[in-house]
Design a protein around this ligand. Structure first.
Ligand code: PGA
Length: 258
């Protein structure tokens, strides 16, 4: 079965910038132009993930560049009376390639459960969006030594219903909640240990081919000063960047850390 799969998203070096709820339209356009102008490393897949309101404009700004565009979220429903929601089909229709699913801020502030994230993944994939699925433990969970089981549960409950040919389209981002926006970074050893664990969990469920070809990104206070050490680990395939993605120099510095 695994041999028949086309590895659309074959393991690659990836740096994705999640702008969260930052920048007005002009600032966002300027930032995307600065990033395109400064990136020299075409060995790395660069994804920028601006707010919804900027997406169409930024797609125009980045047209014909090597930068791909993602959205920060999509609805768990196809269409209809869901005021304020944005559907996967809408995103696809304006040329979006990627969508973040399960960011810890969505889990914490908008009550997104593993079950809701499972629905979002299905809808995203049905609409040919490539999901960047975020997982990661809270500080109490790490302190009580439950971090591996929490992450395994997140993967199991949201992903494991997927068939091989869909699972391989995903990018996984390990983002320990205690490291997001706090200035605390997982040590390279902590990151590698969890990334190797995630790959093993995927290998047990989906086999070697899939496990070896899926990209696993680290996120949580990743900066130009620590990216090199993090990315030099064999199971860390890149980063999902928040704060440092809002400054073109810092973001490009992280891309150049490979
Ligand atoms: P941070 O955020 O880099 O600001 O810690 C990462 C993220 O939330 O994706």
């Amino acid at each position: 079965m695994a041999n028949n799969i086309k590895y659309k998203n074959m393991k690659q070096k990836i740096v994705a910038g999640n702008w969260k709820m930052n920048t007005n339209l002009q600032e966002g356009k300027d930032l995307s132009v600065d990033i395109i102008r400064s990136v020299k490393n075409d060995d790395v897949k660069v994804i920028i993930i601006p707010p919804f309101t900027h997406l169409s404009n930024i797609i125009n700004e980045t047209n014909n560049s090597f930068v791909s565009i993602g959205a920060q979220n999509c609805a768990a429903y196809e269409k209809g009376a869901y005021t304020g929601e944005v559907s996967a089909e809408m995103l696809k229709s304006i040329g979006i390639e990627y969508v973040l699913i399960g960011h810890s801020e969505r889990r914490a502030y908008f009550n997104e459960t593993n079950e809701i994230l499972k629905q979002k993944l299905d809808i995203a994939l049905k609409n040919q969006l490539l999901p960047i699925f975020c997982c990661g433990e809270m500080l109490e969970e790490r302190n009580s030594n439950n971090h591996f089981s929490v992450v395994k549960q997140q993967l199991k409950e949201s992903l494991f219903h997927l068939k091989n040919y869909d699972l391989i389209k995903l990018i996984i981002a390990y983002e320990p909640v205690w490291a997001i926006g706090t200035g605390l970074t997982a040590s390279p050893k902590q990151a590698e240990e969890m990334h190797a664990f995630i790959r093993k969990v995927i290998q047990e469920q989906y086999g070697n081919d899939i496990a070896n070809n899926i990209s696993i990104l680290y996120g949580g206070s990743c900066k130009p000063t620590n990216a090199k050490e993090l990315f030099s680990n064999p199971n860390v395939d890149g980063g999902l960047i928040g704060g440092a993605a809002l400054n073109a120099n810092d973001f490009v510095g992280i891309i150049n850390s490979f």
